[in-house]
Design a protein around this ligand. Structure first.
Ligand code: SF4
Length: 260
């Protein structure tokens, strides 16, 4: 699988946090072959602003001997399994379940209850809190503007409907993270080979940086870049699903994906 600039950015940040946190020392085995130059990883102007802010935050947390607080948007237990295993040693994590795109309601609660039950048995989730937002499907239909654009119902995954679906959930996650003083926000969505990691990372970065422009304050929370399917992440999520007997849904979530 080709490398990903977003995963490299995350690797670089985790390296900094690992060297800064006195109780975090073991780097995952699958990261050890990664060799890259830090400055080549952060190329765009957005990336440079983000890098500066990441560096500042890592230093301040290091000085205080604290783990950064991460709000991790998650769509289901299986997608969050590997991500928690991967990140829990570096961050104090809250999982944010906001997925009004899921259809029908029974499926929404099935995924949520599966996630909660799984966390009671999964060691990396031992200190993870789950925040559940309201199930408001009209927010999804408004976000994708389905009434104005009925053709989006038949789009394949990774199109405009999906971009808008990522966006409204990330916006909500950002707002919650900002209101509750999280250092970072992120989503598990990039673990899926059916999701567009570039769109997800672009949206996540823009939401945080646009806030900085409009408020003229420090960027907080920062977007945590990722492409979790890399480093065998997707494969590992399959293994964990088998090991813990997790329910893996057959479609992404919305009514349109359930028909395809
Ligand atoms: S396919 Fe998935 S990401 Fe795309 S709109 Fe439906 S639920 Fe959202």
């Amino acid at each position: 699988m080709p490398s990903s600039p977003y995963q490299k950015q995350l690797d670089e940040l985790l390296k900094k946090l690992a060297s800064a946190q006195t109780d975090v020392r073991v780097k995952p085995e699958h990261d050890k072959e990664d060799k890259y130059k830090h400055d080549k990883v952060f190329k765009s102007e957005h990336d440079k602003v983000a890098k500066h802010e990441h560096d500042k935050l890592a230093s301040s947390k290091s000085a205080a001997n604290l783990k950064p607080r991460l709000l991790l948007h998650a769509c289901c237990g299986p997608c969050s399994s590997y991500v928690l295993e991967y990140l829990a040693q570096y961050f104090e994590i809250t999982v944010f379940y906001y997925n009004p795109n899921i259809y029908p309601q029974e499926e929404y609660y099935r995924r949520l209850n599966e996630l909660k039950a799984f966390y009671t048995r999964f060691a990396p989730a031992a200190n993870v809190n789950v925040v559940e937002e309201a199930y408001t499907p009209e927010d999804f239909y408004n976000a994708i503007q389905i009434h104005e654009h009925p053709e989006r119902a038949s789009e394949p995954e990774k199109g405009e409907r999906c971009r808008l679906c990522y966006k409204f959930r990330l916006q909500k996650a950002y707002e919650y993270a900002a209101a509750h003083n999280y250092d970072y926000y992120c989503t598990t969505l990039s673990i899926s080979p059916f999701k567009d990691a570039e769109k997800i990372n672009t949206l996540g970065t823009e939401i945080a940086l646009n806030q900085k422009v409009t408020s003229d304050q420090e960027v907080s929370p920062l977007w945590l870049p990722s492409d979790f399917k890399k480093h065998g992440g997707f494969q590992r999520s399959l293994e964990l699903s088998t090991e813990y007997g997790l329910y893996r849904q057959q479609y992404c979530g919305c009514i349109y994906s359930s028909r395809n």
